[in-house]
Write a protein that binds this ligand. Structure first.
Ligand code: URA
Length: 261
């Protein structure tokens, strides 16, 4: 067990303290602060806790169990900072709830992808574990997400994410300011496809490695908002709505099963 913060200590980046969490052990981690309130309210009655930098926090009451929903912002560094501080508040289980771009033909817009592992195409996790160490999700939490998706009748896939530090070059997108993708990434999307990876996003690998290095549990579910076998573009808002309904229903069912007393 690592070092817990004093119950009334407001942590520097996330701006909340342990005594605000009512003993919550589970946290949902969307990237977008704008997604926190809806996610919280999808679980049950919810209250706003605070908002500092990219970290907006709400506490939801899921049939008597407190669940923290805290945004992390985009990319590895802010995920690692958030998880460091949330662990000090007593959170032991982290579920990233995000959006993603699929790279396999069978993974469609609006589906969800549950990531059992992630390619460490980012820099932050290397500050916690050597690059040879695999970024793997917690099996029990991941299985709960799979069962949650089945129960919610959500179209889901299980697979390996490529967690990239960048949205454009690292994900081999050419619709950028310069249109240039460095040689290192040219052809990389086809290679990940060939290897059977399912999707691109920017946070799962960091989350898996940081949680593992703390002896804590992490999992990841993402709604598909771009289909890279068809286009580099992110799909319109209607697709985001479908994807968010799917991941909300999935995490709610998963949390109901893992918090059942
Ligand atoms: N998030 C990403 O990182 N990539 C996408 O294509 C969509 C969402």
């Amino acid at each position: 067990m690592g070092k817990l913060a004093k119950k009334n200590e407001i942590l520097y980046h996330i701006g909340i303290s342990a005594n605000m969490l009512k003993g919550a052990k589970y946290a949902l981690l969307p990237g977008d602060p704008g997604r926190v309130e809806a996610l919280a309210k999808a679980l049950g009655p919810a209250e706003f806790l605070g908002s500092h930098r990219e970290y907006t926090s709400w506490l939801a009451d899921l049939e008597g169990n407190p669940i923290l929903i805290c945004s992390t912002g985009m990319g590895g560094p802010s995920v690692a900072i958030g998880v460091e501080e949330l662990a000090r508040l007593g959170i032991t289980h982290f579920i990233r709830v995000g959006t993603t771009g699929s790279i396999q033909e069978k993974v469609n817009l609006g589906d969800v992808v549950i990531n059992n592992a992630a390619v460490r195409l980012e820099g932050t996790s290397g500050h916690y574990a050597p690059i040879e160490f695999p970024a793997v999700a917690d099996l029990q939490l991941t299985n709960a997400l799979v069962e949650g998706a089945k129960k919610a009748k959500v179209k889901y896939h299980v697979g390996i994410s490529i967690s990239s530090d960048t949205f454009w070059p690292g994900q081999e997108r050419y619709d950028s300011f310069t249109g240039y993708v460095p040689r290192r990434f040219q052809g990389s999307c086809a290679e990940w496809q060939q290897l059977g990876a399912t999707n691109y996003e920017m946070e799962a690998a960091t989350l898996f490695i940081v949680a593992q290095s703390f002896g804590l549990a992490a999992a990841c579910v993402c709604g598909v908002v771009a289909k890279r076998t068809k286009s580099e573009k992110v799909a319109p808002k209607s697709v985001y709505k479908k994807a968010s309904a799917a991941f909300e229903a999935t995490v709610k069912e998963a949390l109901l099963s893992v918090t059942k007393k």
